[in-house]
Design a protein around this ligand. Structure first.
Ligand SMILES: *Cc1c(COP(=O)(O)O)cnc(C)c1O
Length: 373
């Protein structure tokens, strides 16, 4: 904390700022590359870019931004309600799903209360919890890096108000089946909200993907969160959404700022929903390239974790060193030191060309380190 006479609450002053990666232009300048030469596999963005239909639509709309946007994004809300076959008031649209995680915390938590989440989960969960003055309770994962649902049930106490559960999980790529989820929810007390973070749900095979809309219908304490940042390629637009019962969203909507989504983002997301062709291309590329990465890792004897999202988490030895060396070659991946997985890196599944470049540099680096024979 810098010195100041202002007196913020202790739970704010003890909080560390979220560490995001630098803009790609900045990274490129530092390394002596052009921005387009950087192979960006660090933050799980869409390697195919964005839908051209979205680009055309928002380019036109950018010419008139003098009016306030629709405060509730009701056209997008309606489009999502139609997609998921729920009434419109079962949907809330937010500025990325990150905003929704924060809104859930603000709605449910205060000093003395706590939120529970598994080890190896998204760094925003403890952050939004602590922001409310509440306690973040991390529950150790299973040996295979998945959420330990029994241990999470055991961790619930009379002050627990919120549980975060990610499926498939970032950064491990592990996955929970519909049966595991339902069995868990049956045992969670009804006054505890379960926030289901499904940022990567689109990447699951259709027959593996839990029917979370059915789950929301059945369990009135569940809020499921999704995003346009990953499969839809709109991370820069900041659009996420939640599906839950109107009683739950009534609480969320009291906390949400009106006008939380600008005009261009609303339009981009609506157009992206209509462009199923781009989505399919994204999913096809992901599935094919993800298998190829895994195949190569197997050949090299490198352990990797669950192949259920748009990234692969692979054990390379010293993750920080390997990520640093890749960065010098213009390839950005995520080391997982902050998740206490120092031997691993997380690499976003890229295009064929990007992955080839990544694999070839990784091979050199591992050979230099004497980690490949
Ligand atoms: C990327 C990600 C999100 C979504 O972030 P947005 O705010 O929608 O861009 C949410 N949860 C997890 C676990 C993620 O990895």
């Amino acid at each position: 904390m810098k010195d100041t006479s202002l007196s913020a609450p202790s739970w704010i002053t003890s909080l560390a700022k979220y560490k995001a990666s630098k803009p790609i232009e900045e990274v490129a300048a530092e390394l002596g590359f052009k921005p387009e030469e950087i192979v960006m596999l660090g933050v799980n963005e869409n390697p195919l870019g964005m839908s051209e239909k979205v680009r055309d639509k928002i380019a036109k709309a950018a010419l008139s931004l003098n009016r306030y946007p629709d405060a509730d994004a009701c056209y997008l809300q309606k489009a999502l309600a139609t997609k998921y076959k729920v009434p419109q008031d079962w949907v809330v649209v937010t500025s990325g799903s990150s905003e929704l995680l924060g809104l859930a915390a603000q709605s449910m938590l205060s000093e003395g209360k706590n939120a529970i989440f598994p080890q190896y989960s998204f760094s925003l969960y403890p952050m939004v919890t602590q922001l409310c003055g509440a306690t973040a309770k991390e529950v150790p994962a299973t040996e295979d890096f998945n959420a330990d649902l029994d241990a999470m049930l055991d961790a619930i106490d009379e002050n627990t108000r919120l549980i975060f559960l990610t499926n498939p999980n970032n950064p491990t790529g592990t996955f929970l089946s519909e049966k595991q989820i339902v069995d868990f929810l049956e045992k969670v007390p009804p006054e505890v909200m379960v926030l289901f973070d499904e940022a990567y749900a689109e990447f699951l095979e259709d027959d593996l993907r839990p029917d979370t809309v059915e789950i929301v219908k059945r369990f009135p304490n569940v809020l499921t969160a999704r995003t346009f940042s990953k499969a839809y390629g709109l991370a820069g637009c900041r659009v996420g959404y939640g599906i839950s019962r109107p009683e739950v969203l009534d609480i969320i909507n009291r906390v949400r700022h009106p006008f939380n989504l600008n005009d261009l983002s609303q339009l981009a997301a609506m157009t992206a929903l209509e462009d199923q062709e781009f989505l399919q291309k994204t999913l096809d590329n992901n599935q094919k390239q993800r298998s190829l990465l895994a195949e190569r890792f197997s050949q090299w004897g490198l352990p990797y974790m669950g192949l259920h999202a748009n990234f692969v988490t692979v054990k390379v030895g010293d993750g920080k060193d390997v990520a640093e060396r890749l960065k010098k070659k213009g390839i950005m991946v995520r080391d997982l030191n902050s998740y206490s997985l120092p031997d691993w890196i997380r690499v976003t599944v890229g295009t064929e060309e990007q992955n080839k470049k990544f694999l070839s540099e990784l091979k050199n680096i591992l050979e230099e380190r004497g980690a490949l024979n």
